[in-house]
Each structure stands twice: as C-alpha cells, then as structure tokens.
Design a protein around this ligand. Structure first.
Ligand code: ATP
Ligand code: MG
Length: 588
C-alpha cells in the first residue's frame, strides 16, 4: 500500500468508527513558545486533552506533520526521520483502553494486513504510585490473544506519559512493535532495546490520572486516549521494505540523488539518508514559515540545510543545488500537502549561497588542524557559519581529533557569547526558549519575580503550574483556589515593581540538583533535570546565609538585571482549572 492509500484508509477507518477528521496543524506551534516545532499529533490537541471541549466532539482523528530535532542523531538508521507524519486518533472522555487497543490492532491487521504473530506489545508494569495496567494486559492477552511472552511489562521510563508540567493529566501507555525477526542482540533484548529487532509502530496513551502537587496520583474524571502511529514505519512494513528510506515517498529522492551524484545509495547509505531527511524537513518547515535565519526555528532550518550541503560535498555533487531535489519532495506529497516549490527552492538556494561563501575556507581550516580545539569549533561556527555538529562530523570523518574537552570548551565559549549577545537560540537543537527576543527574555525574568511575589502575598506553598511566554505577555498558572482580591493583585504588582526599581542583578549558577535543592530553589524535582542544573537568583546568592528574593531552576535566558524590565502590570487574573489560577501580565 502506498503512503497516500495508508493515510486515506486510516482516516476512513476511524471516520467509520465515529471519529471526525481534523486538519494537520502547522509545523510551527501557534501558542507554545516552549518548543520550536510540532513533535506529535497530540501537541495541537493539548488544550482539549486538558479538558477544553473540542467543537467537533469526543472522537477525532488526523494525519499530523511532525518535526523532531531530538532525533537528528538517529537519522541514518532505518527508522528515524526528523520530519515524519503521525496518524493520530483521540477519545476525549469517550471510549477507553479496551476499545482503543482493538481499534489500533484492527487497523494494523485488517487494513494494513500485518500479521498478528509479528506484533509485540508493552504495558505499564506498575510501581508505588500507580498500579499495573491490568486492563491493557488483559485486552492484549485474552481478547486479542497475543501470546504472553510477547507482552512486555516496563516501568514509567518506557510506558508512561506526562504530565506536561509539574502536575496534571498523565497515565500509562501501551506500545506496539513489529518484530523484524532479527536475532535478539542479547538475553535482555526486547522492545525497549535500541537494536533493530523491534520497531515501534504505535503508541496508545491512556490519560487516567492527575498528578497533584503533593506528587500523588488521583483518578481523572475525564479519561482520554491519545494514539500516534508513524506513517513511514507503517508504510515500510506494508511495502515490505527494510527501512523508511525505501518507501514510496523516499525512493524518487534517492533516485534523484543517484542521478545527480553518479553514486549509489548502497555505497553511501548514511549520506543519502541524511540528505533525503534534511531536505524534506527543511522543505516542510519553510513551507510553514520557518525561513533560514540565526535563531529559533529558522536556525534549525539553516542547520538542516547546511548539514545536507556538507553531505552533498561528500557525494561530490559540487555545483549542484539541493533545490534540484525539491520537485521530488513536492511531487511525493502532491494531493496531500501544498508545498510552494518556487518559494522553497528560492529559500534553499539563498541559504546555500550564503553558506558557500565561507564553507570552503571553513572546511580547509578543519583539514589543516590535527585536533580541533573548542576555540576553532567556535570560530568555525561564528565566522564561517558552520554548525558545530557539522564540524565535528566532518573532523571525525577526516580523522581529526575532537575531544570531550574541546566540545565543552566550545559550549562554554558559545554560552559566553550568547550571554553577551543575549540571543540564546544560537547553538542548541534541544530545549530552551524558542523565542529569544529581548521582550521574551524580560518577561521570563518577570515570571520569576511574579512567583516570588505570589509566595510573599499568598503563601509560600504557591508553585508554578505552567507558563507560556510570548514577546507581548506572560501567562502564569499557579496552585491557588480563590480569586485574588484587587488588594492582593496590587500588592503583587508593587512587590515586583519595587524589585525592578532596585535594579537587582540576575545571577546564574550551575550546580548539582542536590545543591539546588539545598539552596531552596523553586523547581520540579523529578527526573526531567540533567545532573547539572542552572539556578537563577534575584537577590542574595547561594553562598549567602540570607534567602534571596527569588531562586529558581530554569534553563533561561534571563535579563541581566531587573532594571531592564520596565513596569510590571497584571492584565488579567482568572481560573485556569480546578485549584489553579492564571495570571496574564505585561511589561510596559
Ligand atoms: P522511538 O522510540 O522509535 O524513537 P518514540 O517512542 O519516540 O519512538 P512516540 O513518541 O511514541 O515514538 O511516537 C509515536 C509514533 O511515531 C511511534 O510509534 C513511531 O511509529 C513514530 N515515530 C516516532 N519518532 C519517529 C521518527 N523520528 N521517525 C519516524 N517515525 C517516528
Ligand atoms: Mg523517539
């Protein structure tokens, strides 16, 4: 079945079962500056999963464009892409586990013709906070009759979703894998193993709990189901291929590169795959408005194009523009997505031109060194526009040394540079604020002052329950059950404005999570943090015996000093959900 047919049959199958088809949202999230791209079908539906009523009802389905920069290092293996499509369907307080497991399984077997014996599944094993997912287990074992040795039980690290922030809806999931029939790589090998034996083809998430501030899990009144299936992986098995790069969408691109380079895909699989993947992602991102630039989503697009350019050099495609591949991308998705070939080609060409001016010099510099110091990596990035990962990859290919220290030195230099130029978007693929406009940074600092002021005025037990910052305003949710009085609102505003007037420096310290806890920094202490965290303080530093006004674990970036903020004003105070209030505030 080609991918067009799979999309159509998927939507038909779920429409027949009472689901309304919703359109694919943009790759650039509309109301969420915390991420650069839409990474899953669930993403645009978060408000509805949190309880808002969807105008089309309780059963929905769609095909969602997704871009995962986190998977960039995986590209080159047989199943990971940065751009892919997720077939999704949802029950918003309608049917639950049993029905949804049947739906997903029936779609695999009845529509795609997958063999039941090739499918392995995983369920949540249970722990001290939430029980074993008996219902999913029983449905797989007794109703669908998957043999018990192919039902794997895993803990929260594998089979649990959410909550999005410190608290909120979350729950177990059950994942489905195609067993490719390869030998197990070890005795422990199973679906959670990263060898190629098991390929994940879908994930049914069951939101049935609410995680409270005390860390306890209560049952939710409205239970939701969120399901995501990867189109390209389904096509791969449906078309009997060994990788997602061999499916109908990708083949014309592979063939075009073979034609342009005179090289064979089989001889250079990794280079071919990276070019194919990156040009697709760049095309879709540009199509949705992310133009190559030096920050945010635009910087990701720049890096995708530049890395692809370097790969074309390795295939000796000198003088051939990547834009020669764009007609094949547009054609592969005709009738499904409208991609403006001229606009995309023109943006890609502009970016290539910019890069070509410096690339040669940059690559020569790489070649001339025995070991690439952090300083060289930084110069190549800063002066020649070569993203660090591209330099590192190129250096390794040429047998040059890039040590861990060199990489660390690079990141330190980069950070220093960013702190100075205050555009933190420059280097990172992962995490951080997407929008580094100066206004956003200021509002980010204002959010810290707001939390500290709320703790003074209301209670020291006030915690952040979520936030959303754009360049115009901040939105801040916190645990509190009553409407704030006008006096309380004024008091909070006054405290924040006093701190702004006092022009206090915003200090950043890096420390271990334990030290952060000891220093009483606000934050969510779960496993989301790495070993080292950044702690931002306004007022006394962590070495002082006096407590500061504000101290929070946070990725930043922040204003350097509170004086930069202007005047703080609460524009609105309202209920967000049960026991949670929401403040919208601006800086004028
Ligand atoms: P994996 O462990 O293979 O990276 P995942 O756990 O990240 O998958 P989910 O976040 O559950 O995947 O996404 C739902 C489905 O989307 C997956 O079952 C898979 O079919 C598909 N998918 C996820 N990431 C990718 C990717 N990078 N490329 C292609 N398909 C993907
Ligand atoms: Mg993944």
């Amino acid at each position: 079945m080609d991918s067009k047919e799979i999309r159509k049959k998927f939507l038909d199958f779920f429409e027949e079962r009472g689901h309304k088809v919703i359109p694919s949202a943009s790759l650039l999230p509309e109301n969420d500056p915390s991420v650069l791209f839409t990474t899953a079908g669930m993403h645009p539906l978060v408000p509805y999963l949190l309880g808002e009523k969807h105008p089309l009802g309780k059963r929905l389905c769609d095909v969602q464009k997704c871009l995962r920069t986190d998977d960039i290092d995986e590209v080159g293996d047989s199943v990971h892409l940065t751009f892919f499509e997720m077939l999704g369907y949802w029950s918003l307080g309608d049917y639950f586990k049993k029905e949804s497991i049947h739906y997903t399984f029936d779609f695999y077997t009845q529509v795609l013709g997958f063999n039941k014996n090739d499918i392995s599944v995983t369920v949540f094993a249970g722990d001290e906070t939430a029980p074993f997912d008996q219902e999913s287990f029983d449905t797989w074992k007794d109703e669908i009759e998957i043999s018990e040795e192919r039902i794997y039980k895993y803990d929260k690290s594998e089979n649990w979703w959410g909550p999005v922030g410190d608290g909120g809806p979350c729950g177990p999931c059950t994942e489905m894998f195609v067993d490719t029939g390869l030998e197990k790589c070890s005795g422990e090998c199973g679906p959670s193993c990263h060898c190629d034996k098991f390929v994940e083809i879908g994930n049914n998430v069951f939101m049935e709990y609410n995680k409270n501030t005390d860390g306890k899990f209560d049952k939710l009144k409205q239970k939701n189901v969120d399901v995501g299936l990867g189109l390209e992986r389904l096509a791969m098995f449906s078309q009997n291929k060994k990788s997602v790069f061999d499916i109908d969408i990708m083949l014309p691109l592979i063939e075009k590169i073979e034609e342009l380079s005179g090289k064979k895909y089989l001889d250079f699989p990794k280079e071919f795959r990276i070019i194919v993947d990156h040009i697709r992602s760049a095309s879709f991102a540009i199509g949705d408005g992310a133009i190559p630039s030096n920050k945010g989503a635009g910087y990701i697009v720049r890096r995708l194009i530049r890395r692809a350019v370097v790969k074309t050099r390795q295939l000796e495609m000198a003088g051939i523009s990547l834009s020669a591949l764009i007609p094949s991308v547009v054609e592969a998705y005709s009738d499904v997505y409208e991609l403006n070939q001229d606009q995309i080609s023109s943006e890609v060409e502009k970016e290539e031109t910019k890069f070509s001016n410096t690339l040669e010099f940059g690559l020569k510099l790489v070649e001339s060194q025995e070991e690439l110091s952090g300083k060289t990596l930084f110069d190549l990035y800063q002066t020649y526009g070569i993203p660090a990962e591209v330099t590192i990859e190129e250096a390794e290919r040429l047998g040059r040394r890039v040590g861990v220290d060199d990489k660390e030195e690079f990141y330190a230099l980069l950070k220093d540079h960013q702190d100075k130029s205050r555009t933190a978007s420059a280097g990172m693929f992962k995490g951080g604020l997407s929008d580094n406009k100066i206004e956003t940074t200021r509002l980010h600092t204002a959010a810290h002052l707001l939390l500290a002021a709320l703790r003074q005025v209301l209670s020291k037990d006030v915690n952040q329950k979520g936030s959303n910052i754009t360049e115009d305003r901040l939105r801040f949710d916190f645990n509190w059950s009553e409407k704030l009085t006008q006096e309380q609102i004024s008091e909070v505003e006054n405290i924040v404005n006093e701190k702004i007037k006092a022009n206090i420096p915003v200090q950043m310290e890096e420390m271990s999570i334990d030290d952060a806890k000891k220093s009483d920094a606000a934050g969510v202490f779960d496993d989301r943090y790495g070993e080292k965290v950044k702690v931002y303080t306004v007022g006394n530093s962590s070495t002082s015996s006096e407590p500061p006004f504000s101290r929070e674990i946070c990725g930043g970036p922040h204003a350097q000093s509170t004086g930069e903020l202007g005047t703080f004003k609460i524009a609105k105070e309202e209920s967000s959900s049960f026991g949670v209030r929401r403040i919208k505030a601006v800086l004028t």
